[in-house]
Ligand binder design. Structure first.
Ligand SMILES: Nc1ncnc2c1ncn2[C@@H]1O[C@H](COP(=O)(O)OP(=O)(O)OP(=O)(O)O)[C@@H](O)[C@H]1O
Length: 311
């Protein structure tokens, strides 16, 4: 087996009494774009800081291109490009100045590539950073993260704060400049739909663990919502991993991660399964905020007429 580009094994991390990561294990194959998803505060940035050797795990093993980030932080720099969630740069520097400033930190800096990216991203060389738009700042961050041709690129919610058009543009830039060159991308986000167009695989972090890891197509096939009479709840419980359940008038709406098994079990009972495809956002929500344990009360109608109709 080839060495994974990124590997975490049994990683845990607490801050005081706050147990943020309980037991995180994952391996990313070289050349893949891996989306690391979780709600705000779930520990995505903490994981990334550990990959960069900035935070020490309490227990567990971390390797990036086979390098232990805590033991060899300098060696790691040459192999990794990093774009932070709120890239802060010296506002008084001009675009060309920051590129000249950052280049000597890397032994493999490619001046020609930096020049090419600056041109392709349409960045104004003589403009001060504080006068760049949010979109231009993110693109400049990308130039600084990529011009040393790192094998592994780590992006921490990079499109946060960009408008939808700019987010799409950012993803297009990623596809053009990273995936074409076979680099490994670790893309952290709290929005599944945002990373879906570029991700080969997604992992969902919740409660300090990876609760699901899959290709996006596989997720769509596996996770569906079924509408069944309440008496079939135990059957669905037996055959499907329940992620969410809600009462919807006379029926139960159950979201399961084993759609095929549930459909088959219902068919065996002579019931034609009513399965609904879910959007990626709904799938993500089911994993991180679903009502698994007990039947949730019906949603409260906000419209007074709806309330009157329901009574
Ligand atoms: N240095 C620190 N000291 C104490 N607590 C910390 C520290 N760093 C992170 N935390 C806590 O760890 C938890 C996870 O934070 P983290 O920034 O890793 O989450 P995240 O998933 O990246 O969130 P977001 O999407 O909001 O950036 C939070 O409760 C945060 O307050």
């Amino acid at each position: 087996m080839t060495q994974p580009a990124i590997e975490l094994r049994g990683v845990a991390k607490s801050f005081g009494k706050n147990l943020v990561l309980r037991d995180v294990s994952l391996a990313v194959e070289p050349g893949k774009t891996f989306a690391f998803l979780g709600r705000n505060g779930e520990g995505k940035t903490t994981t990334i800081r550990m990959l960069l050797g900035l935070t020490k795990p309490d227990v567990g093993l971390i390797r990036v291109n086979g390098i232990d980030p805590m033991a060899s932080p300098l060696e790691l720099r040459d192999h990794v490009g990093y774009l932070a969630e709120d890239q802060t740069m010296y506002g008084w520097m001009r675009v060309d100045e920051i590129v000249r400033f950052v280049a000597p930190f890397y032994t493999k800096w490619d001046h020609e590539l930096a020049r090419k990216y600056l041109e392709e991203f349409d960045l104004p060389l003589r403009t001060k950073i504080k006068h760049l738009s949010k979109g231009q700042t993110v693109r400049l961050g990308l130039v600084l993260a990529l011009a040393h041709r790192p094998e592994v690129v780590i992006l921490d919610d990079p499109a946060l704060g960009l408008d939808p058009i700019m987010r799409k543009q950012f993803n297009r830039d990623l596809i053009t400049h990273l995936q074409g060159e076979g680099r490994t991308v670790f893309y952290s986000s709290h929005l599944l739909y945002e990373v879906e167009p570029v991700a080969d695989e997604v992992a969902i972090l919740d409660g300090g663990r990876i609760v699901r890891r899959a290709e996006t197509e596989e997720l769509r096939d596996d996770v569906k919502q079924f509408f069944v009479a309440p008496r079939y709840e135990p059957l669905v419980e037996r055959f499907g991993e329940i992620l969410d359940r809600r009462v919807d008038s006379e029926e139960l709406a159950i979201t399961t991660a084993r759609a095929e098994a549930v459909a088959e079990a219902l068919r065996r009972e002579g019931v034609t399964p009513q399965a609904m495809d879910l959007s990626l956002d709904e799938i993500f929500e089911a994993y991180v905020a679903g009502q698994r344990g007990k039947t949730a009360p019906p949603p409260i109608a906000e419209d007074p007429q709806e309330l009157a109709d329901a009574s």
